[in-house]
Ligand binder design. Structure first.
Ligand code: FAD
Ligand code: SF4
Length: 398
């Protein structure tokens, strides 16, 4: 085994040492373990290799001529779902936590990599290998900050654990897939969520302070399909802020550089993805990518109410018009922002078309960001599917 595991001689980087991806590091946690040995080939920001890893994980890469594949990645099924009996305090209805509990309790896995918070700060991630239902449930709800999910991989290998579920976002899962064969596991299941516009803990504070009426009482927020940010406060009250009223001029630099140059919004390499963006308001969006993903979803089928995904509206004009605004960081007055939000909600993209709207807006913005700040990386960092999506729009000249 020693020769197959050269990483065991490597040493994790110290917390204060610079990361190989420098400013583009998303703090995925790989470098906090001896798997740093593989960082040059595994890091999502040093070696973008989504197509190759799709092939390994799902048996094929995306068919770029098929629009659903192009946008949502390799998949077997897509649906909208919600728990009949939602988990209180979960981000949405708690499909992710329910699935993790079920897999653990039925013995499919011995541990679950998930993200709790520190005792002092509800938004500061604390990554754990959960071994009980209580520990999984303590990780419910998003910690909307960069989180070092892979930092526990060394502990996993040393503990002799053989069957593992990892919950994570795209950049974490790309690095995980790249080292999967080195982990010494008998079985790895990957439950992904989409992810976009993530921030450091300091960036999150700035976002809350510039956007919410009461930053210190926010317990939960989400950018929703009705084009508003929904904040939930400690007292249970809800606060809605239209996207178009966000102080984009102040928030321009708040998103992490890694997230501004990421094109894996839909978590292409997970077995099963649970988000909300392709589903009607209030529902979750589920994508099974391979047989493992279908096996996982079947475990909680009886706990779910489901409906087919739908699509309505036409996003293209709205995306094209948003490109210069995004780029220049324009903010509308609040009354105009509310009006624009209402109009778009009434006539705008819904279901899968909303998901395409969000993907197009973020990919064009991120393409421009990467072109401006990392021109030497542009060709390799942007996957072919993203190049094709971006090519539908007119971009400002470089
Ligand atoms: P819950 O049962 O509440 O479980 C949430 C799970 O998320 C927990 O298991 C926890 O381990 C994990 N988690 C929490 N914080 C992090 C983190 N920082 N990194 C990795 N894992 C974490 N969906 C979309 O459709 N569009 C988006 O743009 C989008 N952005 C997201 C951004 C982030 C940073 C995260 C974490 C998720 C995002 N999602 C997005 C997914 C969505 O918000 C819900 O997490 C998902 O639908 C699951 O909801 P749930 O109620 O089933 O989760
Ligand atoms: Fe290391 Fe992950 Fe940062 Fe890349 S993103 S440098 S693998 S910690």
């Amino acid at each position: 085994m020693t020769s197959a595991a050269p990483h065991r001689k490597a040493k994790a980087l110290k917390p204060e040492s610079p990361r190989p991806a420098k400013a583009l590091c998303s703090e995925c946690g790989l470098c906090d373990t001896y798997y740093v040995h593989y960082v040059k080939s595994a890091c999502a920001f040093l070696n973008q290799q989504i197509a190759e890893l799709e092939e390994e994980s799902h048996g094929r890469s995306r068919d770029l001529e098929n629009e659903d594949d192009l946008y949502f990645g390799v998949h077997q099924t897509m649906m909208a779902a919600r728990k009949k009996d939602p988990i209180p305090g979960a981000q949405w209805t708690g499909i992710v936590s329910s699935l993790a509990c079920e897999m653990l309790e039925r013995g499919l896995v011995e541990g679950v990599v998930c993200v709790q918070n520190t005792p002092e700060d509800r938004f500061q991630p604390q990554v754990v290998v959960a071994r009980t239902r209580e520990e999984i449930l303590a990780a419910r709800v998003n910690k909307p900050t960069l989180s070092p999910n892979l930092s526990v991989l060394e502990e996993v290998e040393k503990s002799g654990l053989r069957r593992l579920l990892v919950i994570g976002v795209g950049c974490q899962i790309q690095a995980l897939r790249a080292v999967e064969r080195r982990l010494g596991l008998e079985k790895l299941y990957v439950l992904g969520t989409p992810c976009v516009d993530n921030v450091s803990r300091a960036g999150l504070q700035k976002f809350l302070e510039t956007t919410s009426r009461s930053p210190e009482t926010v317990v939960h927020y989400e950018f929703m399909q009705d084009f508003r940010v929904h904040f939930k406060h400690e007292d249970g009250s809800e606060e809605l802020v239209p996207f178009f009223g966000l102080k984009t001029n102040q928030l321009k630099d708040v998103f992490a550089p890694s997230c501004m140059s990421c094109f894996d919004y839909v978590n292409s390499l997970a077995d099963l993805v649970v988000g909300y963006m392709g589903a009607p308001f209030g529902w979750q969006w589920i994508v099974t990518r391979n047989d493992r993903g279908r096996e996982m979803l079947a475990l909680i089928q009886d706990q779910l109410e489901v409906q087919p995904v739908g699509s309505q509206g036409d996003r293209k004009q709205a995306v094209q018009q948003s490109i210069p605004a995004y780029d220049r960081g324009v903010t509308l007055p609040m009354w105009a922002a509310r009006l624009m939000g209402l109009v778009i909600e009434k006539i705008g993209p819904k279901g899968l078309e909303y998901a395409r709207f969000s993907i197009d807006s973020h990919f064009t913005r991120n393409y421009l960001y990467t072109r401006r700040h990392y021109p030497e990386k542009l060709e390799a960092q942007v996957p072919e599917f993203a190049k094709k999506i971006v090519s539908q729009y007119q971009l400002p000249p470089s």
